[in-house]
Ligand binder design. Structure first.
Ligand code: 48F
Length: 262
């Protein structure tokens, strides 16, 4: 391989980026599932949905994925998982280190890389720098969430008014973490759905892990929740840097949606 760099035209770079991005956006304007948030719950959800052949797009407000994984525990770069979530971690090719019978240590950066890699390899599309700031709602005989409203995070941060775009979807999953942003929007804007986001309780790791997974599922027609959004909705405890529940919650919501959309 020669190291000589050939001349490349700036206009071609620009055209390529715009054309290729536009091709993607046209394809994803109607999709099977929109996952909101690329944290542990969102990436796991996307991985299992895409693996089952569902057209899946993840919108992440930041320019990176991983959500709360990257912070490890108080910035110490490890997280822990417990059975049976260690099976998911192994399945995506992430090394685990057994600490005791029911606890494994995992490197935070490696878990992020492997989760994201598994999701995109399975066929999920992850779009960074996009914030979901509303849903599309259809009222009538069977009220239903039928998609999301999106905006560039940079536009929101600039505080300028720019009308958003919308993406139609058969299912929307709130994986936005502790603030349960999509559920909170629905609670505020669609009172007829009677959704109340109560906020999570103080820490109780084992109970929190169990309840998060137990209560994961459909919240109202077309709208689902996984990960810490579930705890915020049902006012169950937080758990800190143990991530098994997030992965199991993502897998469970994917299984429910796969069943529903088949
Ligand atoms: O916060 P986050 O990691 O949520 P999670 O997947 O996992 C929670 C754990 O990280 C941890 C814990 C348990 O182990 O307590 O905190 O439930 O990931 C949420 C992602 O959603 C993005 C946000 O930037 C983050 O990457 N996000 C939040 N709101 C929006 C959003 C939004 N409106 N639009 C797009 N992305």
């Amino acid at each position: 391989m020669t190291l000589e760099i050939k001349g490349i035209d700036e206009a071609t770079i620009t055209k390529t980026i715009i054309e290729k991005a536009a091709e993607d956006w046209v394809k994803l304007s109607e999709t099977d599932v929109v996952v909101v948030g690329a944290g542990p719950a969102g990436l796991t959800t996307a991985y299992y949905l895409a693996k089952a052949g569902l057209k899946t797009v993840v919108f992440e407000r930041k320019l990176s994925f991983g959500g709360g994984i990257g912070g490890g525990g108080m910035l110490f770069h490890k997280v822990v998982v417990q059975p049976p979530a260690d099976q998911i971690v192994k399945e995506i090719g992430c090394p685990v280190e057994k600490v005791e019978e029911n606890l494994f240590a995992v490197d935070a950066a490696v878990l992020i890389a492997k989760l994201a890699n598994s999701a995109v390899d399975a066929g999920a599309k992850i779009i960074l720098g996009v914030t979901v700031d509303d849903v599309i709602f259809r009222n009538g005989d069977s009220p239903r969430i039928v998609g999301v409203v999106i905006q560039w995070t940079s536009v929101i941060m600039a505080g300028i008014h720019v009308d958003p775009l919308a993406i139609k979807a058969k299912a929307v999953v709130d994986c936005t973490g502790h603030d349960a942003e999509v559920l909170s929007i629905v609670s505020r804007k669609i009172p007829e759905l009677n959704l109340f986001v109560q906020g999570e309780k103080s820490m109780w790791a084992s109970e929190a892990e169990k309840l998060t997974v137990e209560k994961t599922g459909e919240v109202c027609p077309g709208l689902y929740a996984a990960g810490m959004a579930v705890a915020a909705l049902h006012q169950t405890p937080r758990m800190g840097p143990i991530f098994g529940g997030m992965l199991l919650s993502g897998k469970k919501v994917a299984q429910i949606i796969i069943q529903k959309l088949r």
